[in-house]
Design a protein around this ligand. Structure first.
Ligand code: NIG
Ligand code: FE
Length: 413
């Protein structure tokens, strides 16, 4: 049933159809005892409680519990073959992420496993993660290719995501991102320009013609793709109508945030080592600074300067970066805890970061990310009356119900 009324809800939501910057991130609408009505999957009323119930609607009494927009995890790599637990242990013993990659492990390890995996293997595995994330309140997730680095496997990764999106009973919508520039495949060793040409001349037009990806991303990093290569790829992608995104300044300070500002990218992601100039460039360019503290945690790296970015007027989003290497976690509860404890975001800022700003980071702030009439009825109900449990239940799930387009998903009471 796609008609739902939630009454007696403590409604908390950012508002608007674009990313919220700086101080705006903490300006949330709060209604202590209100009603959210969803009709045919879309929000049709938000406000004070209504006098009478309507026929044809499932009614849920929130009894004062918190209702938020569904969480938007705007950066994941959730379609992949194999796992890399050994590399995790090597890193715990002092090895570095980049040295493992330079020895042919890291992303290349997952590329080998993904090329060998079947469509069905990849889909079953992605759906396992989707189920887990849905129980933690995620209603939209971004998913990247980038573990094929060849034509067929990149397409298969994107087709897995398309198959999920075509399921009428799907628990999440997936925003699809082409990340062919995740690493230079061994077939193109020493020829990065030739590989970028291949992506621009063959892959981007093909994927566009098949409608398989909305965005294009690049791992812009020392030893992976240079600023110049990234600029060339993303400029071409933007001209073809893709939203553009960057893995920027993750391992070293490299100028990725500056490039994102220059190109007015949808988002720059990671940003552990973003410079002051980079922060200013993102603010000026309207780029969503997408922070992935679970990755910093797993890599034992310092956290991105989330507080400074918000104070500088940036729009900050939070996402998990779920992937088999640097961060094999889609934990929303841990994400809230790390953002509030170590990046000094307030609970309100963290909520905006993983709802409306996450939606903006995937170009969907006009249809999801807040509880407003006309947007999809994607909602989360917590099991308490205060949002402070989001970081306070550290690493523990405080979600009682996840609601996708007006349908109650979990638990089914
Ligand atoms: O966002 N840094 C590049 N990409 C991923 C890691 C991918 C992997 O190690 O498989 C990230 O951290
Ligand atoms: Fe990533």
């Amino acid at each position: 049933m796609n008609n739902l009324i939630i009454k007696n809800a403590h409604i908390i939501t950012p508002q608007g159809t674009s990313a919220q910057c700086g101080r705006q991130m903490s300006e949330l609408l709060k209604i202590a005892r209100g009603t959210v009505e969803v009709t045919d999957g879309r929000i049709s009323y938000v406000g004070e409680n209504l006098e009478e119930d309507k026929p044809g609607y499932q009614v849920l009494d929130a009894k004062g519990r918190v209702v938020l927009p569904g969480f938007v995890d705007s950066h994941t790599h959730l379609v992949f073959g194999g796992y890399r637990p050994d590399e995790f242990v090597w890193r715990m013993n002092g090895d570095s992420y980049m040295s493992i990659m330079q020895r042919g492990g890291g992303i290349f390890n997952t590329v080998r496993a993904t090329r060998e995996a079947s469509f069905e293997d990849l889909k079953v595995k992605a759906e396992w993660f989707i189920d887990a994330m849905s129980r933690m309140g995620v209603t939209t997730v971004e998913g990247k290719s980038g573990y094929g680095l060849d034509k067929d496997t990149e397409l298969i990764q994107l087709e897995v995501m398309q198959a999920v999106n075509n399921d009428p009973n799907r628990k999440v919508d997936i925003a699809t991102t082409f990340l062919g520039a995740h690493a230079l495949p061994q077939e193109y060793a020493g020829q990065p320009d030739k590989y970028i040409d291949f992506l621009i001349n063959e892959m981007l037009p093909l994927i566009k013609s098949k409608g398989l990806a909305e965005n294009c991303d690049v791992f812009c990093e020392k030893g992976v793709f240079t600023i110049e290569e990234s600029r060339r790829l993303l400029t071409a992608a933007k001209a073809m109508g893709y939203g553009i995104k960057l893995h920027a300044d993750e391992i070293v300070s490299f100028g990725g945030a500056e490039l994102a500002g220059e190109l007015q990218a949808l988002s720059a992601d990671h940003l552990l080592h973003a410079s002051d100039d980079g922060i200013r460039a993102m603010q000026a360019g309207g780029v969503v600074a997408t922070l992935l503290p679970l990755t910093a945690f797993c890599l034992r790296e310092p956290y991105a300067r989330g507080r400074d970015m918000i104070d500088a007027g940036c729009a900050v989003a939070l996402a998990t970066d779920l992937n088999p290497g640097s961060c094999c976690s889609g934990s929303i509860p841990m994400l809230f805890a790390l953002a509030c404890i170590y990046m000094h975001l307030s609970v309100e800022e963290a909520i905006t970061a993983i709802t409306l700003n996450g939606a903006a980071a995937i170009g969907k702030a006009d249809s999801i990310g807040s509880i407003e009439v006309g947007k999809w009825g994607d909602l989360v109900m917590l099991d308490t009356d205060t949002p402070n449990v989001l970081p306070y239940y550290t690493g523990m799930n405080s979600v009682q119900h996840t609601i996708k387009r007006g349908v109650l998903l979990s638990p089914s009471s």
